[in-house]
Design a protein around this ligand. Structure first.
Ligand code: AHG
Ligand code: MN
Ligand code: MN
Length: 338
């Protein structure tokens, strides 16, 4: 087999970490197996009748997709038996997902968005899976409740995402840089194809859903308006814009060629502080972006320092190339000062 497999890579990393157990390797292998199965489902699409809406809503009142529920079950089935997990939470499930009593429990908590970019599935645009691993407080391992998950993102021990695009690619961090692995379908393995991913320091691309402009706060308007005006508005270059509506694809693009991604606070719904979810989307992507040399913020605060209050909590997300995110953060500071 040509190249380093994900399994080999994780074991080699583990050997470099004094005191690390093999349990983590098993856990990541189970996640990788689930992502291979999901890749297969996504790839076969209409052939197996998995597209379209399910007859249900998630806890946040969004219509669920058939594939969202199928991928959720794939992840739960792959992880619950392993003995590595204390409990799980998913964007698709209202309460925490316990480990069935007939399986042993482990010390990890897993948070996942099984199908990110779900509005894209029926139109054949890339979707993905996002996951995050926390340590379960030792006193909570036997009977974990929602409280065990209410940890800040800086406590994550691992985060990753898989994007089901022209290739299926898994991106992973355990706090020691970011690496990308492409699924070789012939071999059935993820192989290291993107070692040590770093977000380029110069970027000329921004991503935001422009249709929400009238609901934005002043600093976001200022920043985006300046990007749109480019050299005519005082910026040193002209910008390009992308909006895929699959965060996995946007983050992969930013890891590859830089840029800024924004799903900021807006005034559409005053009870909703943002669209993206802290545990399933914002925290894992922030860990990856920071590990690749970028910055991830709400505009006012580092995302990984937010004290989680509930498992389905939503937050504003601004992430990407350091200089661009810091410029926007400075606009927030200035607007608070005036
Ligand atoms: P999900 O499919 O898990 O609900 O997430 C979709 C998210 C994210 O991936 C994307 O950036 C954003 O929602 C798109 O939102 P809009 O449709 O409001 O642009
Ligand atoms: Mn999502
Ligand atoms: Mn989702």
């Amino acid at each position: 087999m040509k190249g380093i497999s994900l399994t080999r890579f994780i074991i080699q990393e583990q050997r470099r970490t004094p005191g690390a157990s093999g349990n983590f390797t098993l856990l990541l292998n189970d996640i990788a197996s689930a992502c291979k199965a999901i890749s297969q489902e996504v790839n076969r699409g209409a052939l197996t009748g998995v597209l379209g809406a399910a007859e249900s809503e998630n806890v946040q009142g969004e219509v669920q997709k058939k594939l969202g529920l199928i991928t959720n079950d794939i992840l739960v089935n792959a992880l619950e038996w392993s003995g590595q997990v204390a409990a799980m939470v998913s964007e698709e499930t209202p309460d925490i997902i316990p480990v069935p009593v007939h399986y042993p429990k482990g010390k990890h908590l897993i948070c996942f968005d099984p199908l990110d970019g779900s509005s894209n599935i029926d139109v054949n645009i890339s979707v993905g899976t996002i996951f995050s691993i926390l340590r379960c407080p030792s006193e909570a391992v036997e009977q974990p409740t929602e409280a065990a998950f209410l940890q800040p993102g800086r406590n994550q021990v691992c985060a990753g995402f898989c994007v089901y695009g022209p290739s299926t690619i898994m991106v992973l961090t355990t706090g020691n840089g970011v690496n990308g692995f492409t699924l070789d379908r012939g071999v059935g393995e993820f192989l290291l194809t993107h070692p040590n991913m770093r977000i380029p320091e110069e970027a000329g691309e921004f991503a935001i859903n422009m249709s929400n402009r009238r609901f934005w706060e002043e600093p976001i308007r200022r920043y985006v308006d300046e990007c749109v005006k480019g050299t005519d508005g005082g910026r040193e270059k002209n910008f390009n814009m992308r909006w895929i509506a699959s965060m996995v694809s946007e983050v992969f693009r930013i890891l590859t060629r830089g840029g800024i991604f924004m799903y900021p606070f807006d005034y559409r719904n005053p009870t909703r502080p943002g669209k993206l979810r802290l545990l399933y989307e914002a925290n894992p992507m922030s860990f990856i972006v920071e590990q690749a040399g970028g910055v991830s913020s709400t505009g006012r605060q580092r995302i990984m320092d937010i004290q989680t209050e509930s498992i389905h909590q939503r937050v504003p997300v601004i992430l990407g190339t350091k200089n661009e995110v810091e410029r926007l953060e400075s606009y927030y500071r200035e607007s608070l000062e005036t």
